[in-house]
Design a protein around this ligand. Structure first.
Ligand code: C2O
Length: 570
């Protein structure tokens, strides 16, 4: 019954790839096929892992309240899972997607059907592979329109355009991370950034295919900007135009005006842009916000073109370059911070004021000494070490024989322990000159248990170990309020005065400032196992993750549903 209703809903409302027919045809049997597809970028052809042969993958358009049924068929040579980034997945943790957390991977030749309902979320989310580095190319937008019969809290824009910022390697991304895992060194930075899959005019062999966004003079377009890049925070601007920010991570915000956005991987920002300039072509551009001092990064710039329909055609042989936006310097933390701290929820919100769980997690990098007997080729991190990363000195290790959720649900012992610490085992000057003896975390699969309904406050404290850096911390299965952020060590005596308890933004990914902290709150009202991690994939690879185990409540409606029959096993 549920299922049938679900599929009906989808027939009615979901447009996949903007082509209703195609979606419907695929809807029942093979909605999304993961497959290798030839993709040419930067003059070179690659066998790229895609969804339905499309790169980026298809845009899913739904309404708040819709139930989605998405069958994923894996015809690639790698294990894969799909994560619906930011979807709350109330009671449907089995459909969340991170491999070995809520499901075992879909093996080559296998399939799995994700079923879940969008509840109370409107704006822009996205979906991506959650297995190794496949999300470098396996990703797409998830556009959530207002509930049927309700309106946007702003004048309905004439057009809406997803803007997916991505990262491209002139190599197989899986090889890039495999090599880094072997050597212990940092993986190569990307070779290009992309807008809707295209690097744009500043890269070799690219300007024929630059993404073009059309506008009519005077009209307002809603840009749904998503940082779907792997490892890099990005600034984004459009020449001669300002943005009005109206939403982020599928929640509405109090509108504010800015000429530059900064998004960490995982974050989305909805902005209105009005075509109020002389009809012409204007560049939109994105490049790195790189907060880690001295670390190599991709310093290239991706572009697309905002083209007024009435833009005059240049006379024959005359080349008119579109105006170029001014982008902040790569290390412009002041601009990044001014932007991330401008967000307010659109209306007053219910922030928990009593706290049951007062948590403090350090987040940062580390270096493991070369294990005895290891070859030097496997210890090519700084000074013969291997890179690692941790929260509260625990470097997270994925299980391999069961998913955490399956182990929890079926009571299988030995897969994880529930002793993730609520505060760092050793207190130190987190953002100061940290003693070398504190650089090496332990490796383990530990979760932190929350009772159903617990009101949680969590201080995310960046560290300066190896290098301080802005970390986009993402929590699965929840949105959380960001009460405050700041630099240095969080001070519980004085920094609580900065808490916004009136209209803090509701997000699923917090940009924890470089050498600083963010304080978040949420109510543990969604049972299951929920991964929390840095959304820089290289940091997840190194262990910058943990998971919450949220227990079932008393009634059936407060418990995780039974697992789907086709749930992949390990
Ligand atoms: Cu967007 Cu754990 O992911």
């Amino acid at each position: 019954m549920e299922t049938q209703r679900g599929e009906k809903e989808i027939e009615k409302r979901v447009k996949f790839a903007g082509k209703k027919e195609e979606f419907l045809r695929q809807g029942r049997s093979k909605l999304s096929t993961i497959q290798a597809t030839p993709v040419k970028r930067l003059c070179n052809m690659h066998s790229t892992i895609t969804v339905n042969g499309q790169f980026p993958g298809p845009t899913l358009e739904v309404n708040n309240g819709d139930t989605l049924v998405v069958k994923v068929v894996n015809r690639a040579q790698y294990n894969v899972t799909i994560h619906w980034h930011g979807v709350r997945q109330m009671r449907t943790a089995w459909a969340d997607g991170p491999e070995f957390i809520t499901q075992c991977p879909i093996r080559p030749g296998g399939s799995y059907t994700y079923r879940f309902t969008i509840q109370g979320q409107e704006g822009t989310l996205w979906w991506h592979a959650h297995s190794s580095w496949l999300r470098a190319t396996v990703y797409g937008a998830l556009v959530i329109h207002p509930k049927e019969g309700t309106a946007y809290p702003f004048p309905k824009p004439k057009r809406q355009t997803p803007i997916l910022l991505g990262e491209w390697w002139d190599a197989n991304p899986i090889d890039v991370i495999r090599q880094a895992t072997r050597t212990g060194a940092a993986p190569n930075a990307s070779d290009a950034y992309t807008i809707n899959g295209q690097p744009g005019d500043l890269y070799k062999c690219s300007n024929q295919d630059t993404t073009i966004v059309h506008v009519d003079s005077g009209e307002t377009n809603l840009l749904r900007v998503i940082n779907s890049g792997l490892n890099q925070q990005l600034f984004f601007s459009v020449a001669n135009h300002k943005f009005t920010v109206v939403g982020a991570d599928a929640s509405y915000v109090k509108p504010f005006t800015t000429s530059v956005l900064m998004l960490g991987p995982g974050q989305t920002t909805d902005v209105l842009i009005t075509a109020n300039q002389p009809p012409a072509r204007y560049y939109m551009a994105a490049r790195a916000y790189s907060s880690a001092q001295g670390a190599p990064f991709d310093n290239t710039t991706t572009t697309a073109i905002l083209e007024y329909k009435a833009a005059p055609c240049p006379a024959k042989g005359v080349k008119i370059n579109p105006a170029f936006p001014s982008l902040p310097a790569f290390n412009d933390t002041a601009t990044a911070t001014a932007f991330t701290s401008s967000f307010r929820s659109a209306s007053k919100v219910q922030v928990p004021t009593e706290i049951d769980e007062d948590l403090f997690f350090t987040v940062g990098l580390g270096l493991n000494n070369c294990p005895a007997g290891a070859s030097s080729s496997s210890c090519q991190g700084p000074n013969g070490t291997r890179f690692t990363a941790s929260m509260n000195n625990v470097s997270f290790v994925l299980p391999s024989n069961f998913s955490l959720l399956q182990a929890h649900h079926q009571g299988i012992p030995g897969v994880f322990s529930t002793d993730f610490p609520s505060s760092p085992p050793v207190k130190f000057d987190y953002t100061g000159n940290v003693s070398r003896s504190l650089w090496q975390p332990i490796s383990a699969t530990k979760v932190y248990k929350l009772s159903y309904g617990a009101r949680v406050q969590l201080v995310l404290q960046g560290t300066s170990i190896v290098t301080a850096e802005n970390h986009p911390i993402h929590l699965h299965g929840y949105d959380f309020y960001i009460l405050a952020e700041g630099f240095g060590n969080f001070n519980p005596q004085t920094d609580t005065s900065k808490f916004n308890l009136v209209d803090p933004p509701l997000r699923n990914t917090a940009s924890v400032p470089v050498n600083g902290w963010s304080v978040i709150r949420f109510v543990a009202d969604n049972p299951g196992i929920w991964l929390m991690h840095c959304h820089l994939d290289v940091h997840i690879t190194w262990g910058l993750a943990m998971a919450f185990l949220v227990e079932n409540g008393v009634t059936e409606l407060e418990a995780v549903e039974e697992p789907p029959v086709d749930l992949p096993v390990c």
